[in-house]
Design a protein around this ligand. Structure first.
Ligand SMILES: CC(C)(COP(=O)(O)OP(=O)(O)OC[C@H]1O[C@@H](n2cnc3c(N)ncnc32)[C@H](O)[C@@H]1OP(=O)(O)O)[C@@H](O)C(=O)NCCC(=O)NCCS
Length: 183
């Protein structure tokens, strides 16, 4: 199926990174490098402009990683992604961050619901996974609320200063999603 387009879900529009203009692309970098986003990424590194440009240029030829800029009526709501899409096993990993320049409660959950709908109903996945640093309480709460279940941890997998934090593994199956979306 085509994954490089523009999709609507409720009041959100998901626009593939492969069709973003330069202003949108620059704003993605600004959000990604914002401390409230970067500090929760496993890599925790600042992305330089040249690497970002190259990353964006490669988007239209991506076959396993699909990123979307999410808009609602108030502008950019965040970024959501399907990573490591495995068509045989019908599985992928979630990527998500809300627009760090917006602070309304529930924004993350709204874009989370949109990417779950996209993953199960458009990309036709059977299982959707997420890996989250164990001290990311807001993310774990949002994932649990929408139906992701705890599936274990990779112990001390993430380095933060001189500490090693666990990486929490969470997942949701298609049948669990159907139950949750209808609530
Ligand atoms: C993960 C993310 C998208 C969630 O979005 P959000 O808008 O914060 O999520 P919501 O407001 O919908 O839900 C967060 C929940 O956690 C709660 N919460 C927020 N901060 C919290 C904290 N420090 N400790 C505990 N709970 C917290 C909120 O109250 C809310 O719960 P409630 O609705 O039951 O009251 C957003 O926090 C984000 O972009 N974080 C930075 C990037 C990131 O961490 N990405 C995920 C990497 S795996």
């Amino acid at each position: 199926m085509a994954m490089h387009g523009i999709y609507n879900y409720q009041d959100l529009t998901l626009k593939s990174f492969s069709v973003l203009n330069e202003i949108e692309s620059n704003f993605v970098l600004e959000m990604r490098n914002h401390p409230e986003v970067a500090s929760w990424m496993v890599g925790n590194i600042k992305i330089d402009r040249q690497s970002h440009k190259q990353f964006m240029a490669n988007q239209s030829s991506e076959t396993r990683n699909f990123n979307y800029l999410a808009y609602d009526a108030d502008g950019v709501a965040g970024v959501v992604s399907l990573h490591r899409v495995d068509r045989y096993n019908e599985i992928a990993w979630l990527g998500i961050y809300k627009n760090p320049f917006r602070s309304e409660k529930g924004l993350g959950r709204k874009i989370l619901k949109a990417i779950c709908h996209f993953a199960f109903e458009v990309a036709k996945l059977h299982t959707f996974k997420i890996e989250v640093v164990s001290n990311n309480a807001a993310a774990i709460r949002a994932y649990s609320a929408i139906g992701f279940k705890n599936e274990g941890v990779w112990r001390e997998a993430v380095k933060r200063d001189s500490d090693y934090l666990d990486l929490v593994l969470m997942g949701m199956t298609f049948s669990e999603w159907v139950g949750h979306e209808k609530k």
